[in-house]
Structure formats: structure tokens, C-alpha cells
Design a protein around this ligand. Structure first.
Ligand code: 5GP
Length: 221
């Protein structure tokens, strides 16, 4: 079974990553060939978030234990909390041929790329500063102080788009999601990943033509 591909998606907070992920599932379908990493974090859940779905929300001590046990492929301090990618969320799925999509910050993407250079990295840009601010205001999830800090950090994040393989501007959700889906679908059709399927089809032809040749001979004999 060919390994799945790992897609690292990074965007400044409020660039619309969550809606993009939902639109991606709508486009690619829920056929078990795509999985999303659920990160671990020490941040408390927001009102709408669910444990094990949005994040694995863990206490500092549990996070520490996981760091000590080398259970993370990478982890980072983001804003005031820690976030990490558990190896168990990624490696077994890739082995089973499943594509894994992971949203993480710029430092996380950098560290994960260093560890898994075969990963494909995608930077999602908001169309403008004004639009990013508007989206954060609409979301209203953070204290005004925290939101202002995220906005102030967004420029230093955006300037790092150069480190990524792909760039998508999330101006309108649908075309942005289609661009992301296209990148994933393209990887699925690389020869190395298609070999098994192509060989099975070729084998079908060999068997059928071999049979036909045999039958043909039978008729003339
Ligand atoms: P939020 O608190 O808004 O959910 O996420 C804050 C930041 O943490 C986002 O930039 C998000 O991409 C990043 N993040 C989420 N999961 C991980 C992870 O597993 N590792 C790293 N390094 N960053 C993460």
C-alpha cells in the first residue's frame, strides 16, 4: 500500500482555515482517504469546541508527560499556550495510505518539515489586513487584548509564506477550497501512489488477453 501524503496548512488566525477544512471535506467527500490531525493543547476550550474533535485539551502535566515520552512530532508555544502534534495522529494513517491534513502555526510547520521533508506545506493568506480584522471581530472568540496580539503577530507570520510550497488566498471560500483539493488530488495521482492500482489494471489486461489468446488458439486448433 502506497503511503498517504501529509499536508501542513498554516494561516494567520482568522484567515478562515476552519471553514476551508469543512469545504475541503465537502469537495473530496468523506470516503476515509482523508484525515485531520487533532492536536493536543493546554489552551482551555472555547464555548463551541469539543474535546477530541477540535483539540485534545490536556493539562500542563499531561502535556509534559507526552513531551518527555517523545510522543510529539513537534510542539510549540503559541500565544500563551502549548500545542503539539502527536505522532499517533499522523504516522499510522500515512502508513495506511490515508492523506493527513494538519493545521499548525509557522514554527510547527517548520519543525515538522525538518522532520518529515516529504510533507507538502500550504500557506493560506487572508485577502487583506482589513478582512482579517473583520473576520476576527465577527468570531469574537477572544478577549480584545488577545485579538490585538494576534493581529500584531499576523504580519510576521504572513511574511513567512516564502517557506511554503503552495500559497492560497482565501478571498472566497469555494475557489480557495478547490485549490486546496486540487493539490491533494494531484498528489493522489502521482505515479508512485498509483502504481498498485495501475498494476492491478495491467494484470487484468494480461489475464484477459492471455485468456483471449488461449481461447483463440483453442478455436483454430
Ligand atoms: P487556536 O488557539 O486559535 O486554535 O490556534 C492557535 C494556533 O495554534 C494556530 O496558529 C494553530 O495553527 C496552532 N496550532 C494548532 N495545532 C497545533 C500543533 O499541533 N502544533 C503547532 N505548532 N501549532 C498548532
Amino acid at each position: 500500500m502506497a503511503r498517504g501524503d501529509l499536508f501542513l496548512i498554516t494561516a494567520p488566525s482568522g484567515a478562515g482555515k476552519n471553514s476551508l477544512m469543512e469545504a475541503l471535506v465537502d469537495l473530496l467527500g468523506d470516503d476515509g482517504r482523508l484525515a485531520f490531525v487533532v492536536s493536543h493543547t493546554t489552551r482551555p476550550p472555547r464555548a463551541t469546541e469539543r474535546h477530541g474533535v477540535d483539540y485534545h485539551f490536556v493539562a500542563d502535566a499531561e502535556f509534559e508527560r507526552m513531551v518527555a515520552g517523545e510522543r510529539f512530532l513537534e510542539w510549540a508555544h503559541v500565544y500563551d499556550h502549548r500545542y503539539g502534534t502527536a505522532a499517533d495522529e499522523v504516522l499510522p494513517r500515512l502508513e495506511r495510505g490515508i492523506d493527513v491534513v494538519h493545521d499548525l502555526d509557522v514554527q510547527g510547520a517548520e519543525r515538522l518539515r525538518a522532520r518529515m521533508p516529504e510533507a507538502h506545506s500550504i500557506f493560506v493568506l487572508p485577502p487583506s489586513f482589513g478582512e482579517l480584522r473583520r473576520r476576527l471581530d465577527l468570531r469574537g472568540a477572544e478577549e480584545p487584548g488577545a485579538r490585538a496580539r494576534r493581529l500584531a503577530l499576523s504580519l510576521s507570520e504572513i511574511e513567512r509564506y516564502e517557506e511554503f510550497d503552495y500559497v492560497i488566498v482565501n478571498r472566497d471560500l469555494r475557489p480557495a477550497a478547490e485549490a486546496l483539493a486540487a493539490i491533494i488530488v494531484e498528489k493522489r495521482h502521482r505515479r508512485a501512489r498509483m502504481r498498485e492500482v495501475a498494476e492491478a489494471i495491467a494484470g487484468d489486461f494480461r489475464a484477459a488477453l492471455g485468456d483471449a489468446a488461449g481461447t483463440g488458439r483453442g478455436r483454430t486448433e
